[in-house]
Design a protein around this ligand. Sequence first.
Ligand code: PSU
Ligand code: MN
Length: 308
Amino acid sequence: MNRFIQYSPEAAEGLRKGKPLVALESTIISHGMPYPQNLETAREVEQTVRDNGAVPATIAIRKGKILIGMTDDDLKFFSQAGDIAKASRRDFAPLLAREKDAAVTVAATMICAHYAGIEVFATGGVGGVHRGAEATWDVSADLDELAHTAVMVVCAGVKSILDIPKTLEYLETRGVPVLTVGTDEFPSFYSRESGCFTEYRVDSPEEIACIWRRQRQLGFPAGILVANPIPREHAMNSREIEKAIKDALVKAKKEGITGKAVTPFLLGEIVRLTGGESLSANIALVKNNAALAAGIASTLIKGAVKPA
Ligand code: PSU
Ligand code: MN
């Protein structure tokens, strides 16, 4: 994969100097938020990583090359590229062969981060088992990637456009540790509650880093999912969000949306139906995750946790 990777000057320098890096995804930029808020957010999230002592590496595919780290021009490109492809694991070979551009999902970002030696990745929400999956078989490739690629993903849980209990069941089946930050309850992106509880509450970056080291020392292939609830002051009323989600799901069904278009469609509808409120919640939680991820990456580098 190395020959297809192109590092940004900042990421290359960070890696050379042994600084902590935090991977960031690009689907959230190209398919998860409208312009120009997506560009502002992408910049601010990178800055949050820097302010917390780490180096940001936003990942995407540009003209058949894998970008590890972006220049501001790249950020502008991906935030304005309206109909750009959305790449997961299976899309790399066709897109690279055709020298295409693509935003990368959580699964695809994990793959690239792993190749670049980046252990910590911050995002908003991961994909999961969709509602009605017993009929559609729609299960995000993000979950299988977590099962076999050793990257820690810091997120704010999963949106309730998904079936959260089934998503957690699947992660259990596939052997993926799930940690929840400061609570026993798995968060549901816009709100801190989901009604689903986890076994491993963690309260500090050091604690998370320590569990991560054990996972690596054991030689297990899986990543770890760290679910960091949205800060209280930005959390939304779950009933209000639920209404928007139900409406979005009905519309998706009516319009016959299937496959990888489902998640971007639902995300767009929710932003439209809930207006600015969901967008500002989304921005706040991504920054919150970036800060935590930078803290974890810094702890790992400092050797505060004994390396394997
Ligand atoms: N969930 C969100 N925001 C997002 C995504 C999911 O709340 O931006 C994006 C991520 O890039 C995730 C992808 O990896 O959607 C999952 O898509 P799918 O369900 O098609 O696997
Ligand atoms: Mn899907």
